[in-house]
Write a protein that binds this ligand. Structure first.
Ligand SMILES: [Zn+2]
Length: 459
């Protein structure tokens, strides 16, 4: 999507301190909630994988990083940035999507008449689903400069090189057009050493900022950055880059593999798309990184009551505590502990507002005393590990804001602190496909020589 560099830079500066590596006793700001690892999971690598050959970081590409790659996870609040045209032609504005925005709402807030907005969006929808807009995405609109400005054009860039434009024709009807720039796909390797922070080191090595951020979030579930990451540790990232026929960078695709070399161990993760179309991260042996339940389904909480018999704080007599209580401020987001399906999200007596999720293997997790449910959390809805399902509260029989978290296996409550899901592992032809892809990538990387990128078959 279009993104103005100024906005991206502001967002990055805001995020930067949070991702700095803790190197000394200096006051380090706390990691933001979404980057802090609730529970580091060690991915063991029994056999060393052929290390990626060292290549000079593609410093020239840092400047090449296209603005659209800099999508911050939490976009600034700025909704509309007027761009004043030099002459008195139509006025162009860039609208930035905020959390919870719809295209119609965005147009409405820019003063576009609802009949115009509806007609334009209807045409636009032929090539672009407005619901695909994400916070931080940008759309450009043109307005006439009459006394009552009216909408002339909307332009979106759903992905680098693909532009969809809807414009008002002289007869008042709307026409949508899609432009696709021919592009070639390249495999890029960015390598570097950590000194001071993983994020700046990655961006210096040519990893697009948005990509570095999402990678750090994934790695954050495996590594405790504050404790495990030391100056001198290294990383290597393989990712897609798209160029147009002139060789100009159109944008970047996905990370295919990331390797983090810590002083004590190596973390090597591979992205793999399975036959059902689901994409996930795997260790080199094909084990999913999602194999564990989050033991702490919220950030920054402390255990206020463990699993087992206790004197009930409200009822006053001793009984089995079927779960773990985490004390946290009201409103703290609560995450689905693992992939699953919502069984129910409703008020349940002493539990107050409670969400139940059914997981593979006959496991159910329960989240009680919530102040509210997450957006669109309702029965039968599928959730992925880490999705926000609600917020901490004190509804039901509760003495203060906390999350009561239960894990129920085959109808019996078990200690959530001990419950781990067996590793889901690629098998059979799926594993063969994964291995074949690993070999292909290894071969390509080995052939890179001193180059930083190699052409791939176009997708
Ligand atoms: Zn409890």
């Amino acid at each position: 999507m279009r993104l103005r560099p100024a906005i991206a830079i502001v967002a990055l500066i805001a995020l930067y301190p949070a991702i700095r590596l803790g190197t000394g006793p200096t006051t380090e700001p706390e990691a933001p909630a979404d980057i802090a690892a609730p529970e580091p999971v060690v991915v063991e690598v029994p056999a060393p994988i052929a290390p990626l050959a060292l290549v000079a970081p593609a410093s020239a590409d840092v400047a090449d990083v296209p603005p659209e790659a800099l999508q911050p996870p939490d976009p600034p609040i700025a909704a509309a940035v007027p761009v004043v045209e030099p002459d008195s032609g139509p006025e162009e504005r860039i609208l930035t999507v905020s959390r919870g925005d719809t295209l119609s709402r965005l147009l409405d807030s820019a003063g576009v008449e609802s009949a115009d907005a509806h007609a334009a969006v209807t045409q636009l929808s032929e090539h672009f689903r407005p619901t695909a807009l994400r916070p931080g995405d940008e759309i450009a609109i043109r307005l006439s400069t009459d006394e009552t400005p009216s909408l002339l054009e909307i332009e979106v860039e759903p992905e680098p090189g693909r532009t969809v434009r809807v414009e008002r024709l002289p007869d008042g009807t709307w026409r949508a057009q899609q432009t696709i720039a021919p592009r070639s796909r390249f495999l890029v390797r960015a390598e570097g050493e950590v000194d001071g922070g993983l994020f700046p080191a990655m961006t210096r090595a040519g990893v697009p900022a948005g990509m570095a951020l999402s990678l750090i979030r994934i790695l954050g579930h495996q590594v405790d950055f504050q404790r495990d990451l030391k100056p001198g540790d290294g990383f290597a990232v393989l990712f897609d880059r798209f160029r147009d026929s002139d060789g100009d960078v159109l944008g970047h695709g996905q990370v295919l593999r990331a390797t983090l070399t810590l002083s004590g161990r190596t973390l090597d993760i591979w992205r793999h798309k399975d036959r059902s179309g689901g994409t996930d991260w795997y260790d080199p042996q094909g084990r999913s990184l999602r194999r564990s339940f989050l033991r702490t389904p919220l950030d920054g909480a402390r255990v206020s009551s463990g699993f087992g018999p206790r004197s009930h704080p409200v009822l006053g007599f001793t009984r089995m505590h079927q779960g773990i209580d985490f004390a946290a401020p009201t409103g703290t987001p609560i995450y689905a502990a693992a992939d699953g399906t919502i069984l129910s999200a409703k008020r349940e007596g002493g539990y107050g507002l409670m969400v139940r999720i059914r997981h593979a293997g006959g496991v159910e997790t329960r989240y009680a005393h919530l102040s509210r449910f997450g957006r669109s959390i309702s029965a039968r809805r599928r959730v992925r590990q880490g999705d926000v399902i609600g917020a901490v509260g004190s509804t039901g029989l509760s003495t203060g804001p906390h999350l009561h978290y239960e894990v129920v296996v085959a109808g019996r409550a078990v200690n959530p602190a001990r419950h781990v899901q067996p590793a889901t592992r690629l098998a059979g032809s799926e594993l063969n496909a994964f291995r074949a892809r690993q070999r292909t990538l290894d071969r390509l990387v080995a052939g890179l020589g001193a180059q930083d990128e190699v052409a791939l078959a176009s997708d």
